[in-house]
Write a new protein. Structure first.
Length: 345
């Protein structure tokens, strides 16, 4: 397979399940958790895009099924038969049977993000890992699924035709040849079946080494140009988050980037961020033009009271300013209409 040498990997057991969800994910997660048995011989880790907002997701999921659900805690030992949810504004990483919460750089402009969790499962658990991508906007989780597949893990993707937001599953399907594609009602059963599935996956050593280096960046929060030169090559772009130099990571799909401070993003999430930034800039221009128009009106009023010859000059400037305001406002509205919204739980 293109992208590195593969060796075969004998599967003995799978007991680590990592799940990504975003827009429409609450109901999807409830459905999946409700289908899991109380004596599940595996640990479940969930990332949903909640940002820094307070979240009641663990309580909502626990009420839906028979497994205990809680926000993950830093340094907490991993136990089977439990569901761990990434808390607000923290990446969740796993390894050595312990949970690590990281305030490292955002990935795909969000924290928590799915890709860091998936990478940690891929590097630290290899064939034991099961990756699950559910409904959501953009493509967080696609790179993580690619890492899980490359390290011998098992991949399950919700059928995009059954998703409230099909972007994430479609991106994951583009990134890996999935083991299972199913409607959300069948995902729980697919997870249970995967625990004892004896099939083997290829192991891509080159991809694993790149994944391990990116995991180190997420764990430590530290990234250097030397690290990024090992991952890809420098581009002429700058990071929207910090203005830093950006490297393109690898050559395959999904197209991805990292800056030297550690921010990581796909081409899809970068495009979304750039459109959002363009909208903000347009509304800022509307504000400045309206303030300029207000200033012209005030100067005109003063000029008319003192019979200044400049009154005609101020009066002549009003119409062009109003035309500019209307034009930029239309552009801002059109830009906003092209940016899809995303919900949280």
């Amino acid at each position: 397979m293109r992208g590195g040498s593969y060796v075969r990997n004998a599967v003995k057991e799978r007991d680590v399940v990592v799940v990504a969800a975003s827009m429409g994910g609450l109901q999807a997660l409830r459905t999946v958790v409700a289908a899991l048995p109380a004596e599940l011989p595996a640990s479940i880790f969930i990332v949903m895009h909640i940002g820094s907002w307070p979240s009641q997701l663990p309580q909502l999921l626990e009420a839906s099924g028979s497994l205990p659900v809680a926000h993950a805690r830093d340094g907490e030992p991993i136990r089977k038969g439990r569901v761990y949810v990434a808390p607000p504004d923290k990446h969740i990483l796993i390894g050595g049977d312990t949970i690590v919460l990281s305030a490292g750089p955002k990935e795909n402009f969000t924290r928590p993000a799915a890709d860091p969790l998936f990478r940690s499962a891929a590097v630290n658990y290899g064939h034991r890992a099961i990756g699950v991508v559910l409904t959501g906007k953009l493509d967080d989780g696609a790179a993580g699924m690619k890492a899980i597949h490359a390290c011998g893990g098992y991949t399950i993707i919700q059928d995009p035709l059954t998703c409230a937001a099909p972007d994430m599953p479609r991106a994951a399907l583009d990134a890996v040849p999935p083991d299972v594609v199913a409607p959300v009602e069948d995902i729980g059963a697919a997870i249970v079946n995967a625990l004892t599935d004896s099939s083997s996956q290829g192991f891509n050593m080159d991809e694993r080494e790149r994944t391990a280096l990116e995991l180190k960046i997420a764990t430590t929060g530290y990234s250097s140009p030397a690290d990024l030169e090992k991952l890809g090559h420098r581009t002429s772009m700058t990071c929207p988050g910090c203005g830093g130099v950006v490297w393109r990571i690898g050559e395959g799909y999904p197209l991805r980037y990292r800056c030297h401070t550690g921010h990581a993003f796909s081409a899809m999430s970068l495009e979304e961020q750039q459109r959002s930034g363009a909208e903000d800039a347009l509304w800022s221009s509307v504000r400045r033009l309206e303030e300029k128009l207000l200033l012209v009106h005030e100067q005109l009023a003063l000029a008319e009271t003192v019979c200044s010859q400049r009154a005609a000059e101020f009066r002549a400037g009003i119409a062009p300013l109003q035309i500019a305001i209307d034009a930029v406002r239309r552009l801002a509205i059109e830009s906003a209409a092209s940016i899809p919204s995303e919900s949280v739980d």
